[in-house]
Design a protein around this ligand. Structure first.
Ligand code: HBI
Ligand code: FE
Length: 292
């Protein structure tokens, strides 16, 4: 176990307040052994509170694959053991969950995803952070992100996202690629036989944003278009003003595979980004936001 200082690369991380995790005892790949023994009964009780609150919403607002995968994860009672969870996940899609101290430098994060390893913070938020925390905690990562990794097509997409990281770094376009992750992994909506449903980790781990994203009249809901998403700025400190809606996960995966991102980055860099609440010519508007 090498001892390493918190990475300078993270100094300007989205979490301007500085990072919470202990980055001093990590493996070379920035993972740590999940300190399962260190969780207190209060930590597990907080997990149950968050889990029970969100599962009341999931029935009505979440995509069916999220509901089914969450049930199969059987993690209602306590903060899951990531190794046990990985044993199930590997059988489904070859992914595993690895414990990390918190936010990672982009290239490290991309490399884990490229190898079907989802890096999850190991620590849980404080009770006073029930509704908002700046850096992803174990609830956001395991409850929010892992269920979708049981879907074979979305699991393939997440690996593609990681594989595409180095080209974004090469084009100095990580901020453009990150919009795709933000809108389609953290805050994505999908059309189902039962209407628009949420699948994004950011909204499904948030008590207020789950309902807001699916049926509040305020935000725009616009049909997914890869370039449109990658041109659109997003909020990191409030509910989104626009959500993009997939017809299915295949569309996200196919468009990613079929696109040469190099020229796309250069084209996008030549234009002003769209504001988070913009509705532009060519948009397939499913719902025009009341606030727009
Ligand atoms: N690190 N642990 C962790 N989790 C993330 O979601 C994450 C990250 N580092 C970088 C990052 N996300 C995004 O900035 C990239 O998708 C661009
Ligand atoms: Fe996340």
């Amino acid at each position: 176990m090498e001892n390493r200082p918190p990475p300078a690369a993270l100094a300007n991380a989205p979490t301007a307040h500085g990072l919470r995790g202990d980055y001093s005892a990590m493996r070379a790949d920035w993972t740590i052994a999940q300190p399962v023994g260190s969780y207190t009964s209060a930590d597990h009780a907080l997990w149950r509170t968050l889990y029970e609150r969100q599962t009341k919403l999931v029935r009505d607002y979440a995509a069916p694959v999220f509901v089914k995968s969450l049930r199969d994860m059987e993690c209602a009672d306590a903060i899951p053991d990531m190794e046990r969870l990985s044993t199930r996940l590997r059988k489904a899609t070859g992914w595993e969950v690895v414990a990390v101290p918190g936010l990672l430098p982009n290239e490290v994060f991309f490399d884990h995803l490229a190898n079907r390893r989802f890096p999850s913070s190991w620590w849980i938020r404080k009770p006073e952070e029930l509704d908002y925390l700046v850096e992803p905690d174990v609830f956001h990562d395991l409850f929010g992100h892992v269920p979708l990794l049981f879907d074979p097509v979305f699991a393939d997409y997440m690996q593609q996202y990681g594989l595409g990281g180095p080209k974004a770094i090469e084009h100095d376009a990580v901020d453009i690629l990150a919009r795709l992750y933000w809108y389609m992994v953290e805050f994505g909506l999908i059309m189902t036989d039962d209407g628009v449903k949420a699948y994004g980790a950011g909204m499904l781990s948030s008590f207020g944003e789950t309902q807001f994203s699916v049926d509040d009249p305020a935000p725009n809901r616009i049909g997914f278009d890869l370039e449109r998403v990658m041109r659109t700025r997003y909020w990191i400190d409030r509910y989104q003003s626009t959500y993009f809606v997939l017809p299915d996960f295949e569309r996200l995966f196919r468009d990613s595979i079929d696109t040469d991102f190099g020229p796309l980055y250069e084209r996008i860099k030549g234009h002003e980004p769209y504001a988070p609440d913009a509705v532009v010519d060519g948009d397939r508007v499913i719902h025009r936001g009341a606030a727009a």
